[in-house]
Design a protein around this ligand. Structure first.
Ligand code: 5RP
Length: 213
C-alpha cells in the first residue's frame, strides 16, 4: 500500500469519529487533505469548522464544509491533523508545513485531538529538525540564541511569523519544549507533548493502528 493510500485510510478512520453538530478543527497538510475530502463526503449538515491554514480553509469551503473564523468559538469538539514524527512515548513533531502555531492552538482548544498518519511517520526517537515560528522583530538575534537554528526557505505564516527549524539535540523533548517555549521571540514550536493528543491513528499496509491516551 502506498503512503498516499495509508494517509487516506487514516483520514477516513478519523472522519468516522465526527458526528453531526460537532465543532471541528481542520489541520494542515497532505494527510489532512484526505480527511477534508472524507469529512465532506459524509454529508453532515450541521458542522462548524475552523481551519489551521488558508489552504485547508480553501479546500474545505470548496467541498461545501462551513469554515468560520476561530475567534467565535471557545472550544472545539474534535480536531484532526497530520504529523511529521510520532514517537513511542507520544511526543509528536508537527510543522512540516509551517502551520504548527495555529495547529497547536486548535489542538489545545479541542476536547479530542486526533493525529492521523501513514506508517512512515512513526519513529523510534524524535530527531531534528523541529519547526519554529519566530516573531520577525529581532529574528536574527532569536535564531542566534537558538543555535543551531536556520530560517526555512518558506513563506511567512498567515500571522506574519518567520518559519525556521531548530537543528540541535532533540533527545529530551520535554526539556527542549520547555526551553523553546520560554525563549523570547519564539511564537511557538512544533513539539507536541503526549498530553495534547487524544488519539493517534496510523495506517500501515491494510491495517489501522489506534493509539489512545
Ligand atoms: C503542517 C503539519 C502537517 O500536519 C505535517 O507536516 C504532516 O504533513 P503531511 O500530512 O503532508 O505529511 O504539521 O504544519
Amino acid at each position: 500500500m502506498s503512503a498516499e493510500s495509508e494517509k487516506e485510510a487514516a483520514a477516513r478512520a478519523a472522519a468516522a469519529l465526527v458526528r453531526d453538530g460537532m465543532t471541528v478543527g481542520l489541520g494542515t497538510g497532505s494527510t489532512v487533505k484526505h480527511f477534508v475530502i472524507a469529512l465532506a463526503e459524509r454529508g453532515l449538515r450541521n458542522l462548524r469548522c475552523v481551519a489551521t491554514s488558508p489552504a485547508t480553509e480553501e479546500q474545505a469551503r470548496g467541498l461545501g464544509l462551513p469554515v468560520e473564523e476561530f475567534d467565535r468559538l471557545e472550544r472545539l469538539d474534535i480536531a484532526v491533523d497530520g504529523a511529521d514524527q510520532i514517537a513511542p512515548d507520544g511526543w509528536i513533531v508537527k510543522g512540516g508545513g509551517g502551520a504548527h502555531t495555529r495547529e497547536k492552538i486548535v489542538a489545545a482548544a479541542s476536547n479530542r485531538f486526533v493525529v492521523i498518519a501513514d506508517a512512515s511517520k512513526v519513529v523510534d526517537a524524535l530527531r531534528a529538525p523541529i519547526p519554529l515560528e519566530i516573531l520577525p522583530y529581532g529574528a536574527t538575534a532569536t535564531l542566534a540564541a537558538l543555535h543551531p537554528a536556520l530560517p526555512r526557505d518558506a513563506p511567512p505564516s498567515p500571522d506574519g511569523g518567520l518559519i525556521a527549524d531548530f537543528h540541535g539535540d532533540v533527545s529530551d523533548p520535554d526539556a527542549l519544549a520547555a526551553r523553546l517555549s520560554a525563549m523570547p521571540g519564539i511564537v511557538d514550536h512544533g513539539l507536541f507533548p503526549p498530553s495534547l493528543t487524544s488519539d493517534v491513528i496510523i495506517a500501515r499496509g491494510g491495517e489501522i493502528e489506534r493509539r489512545a491516551r
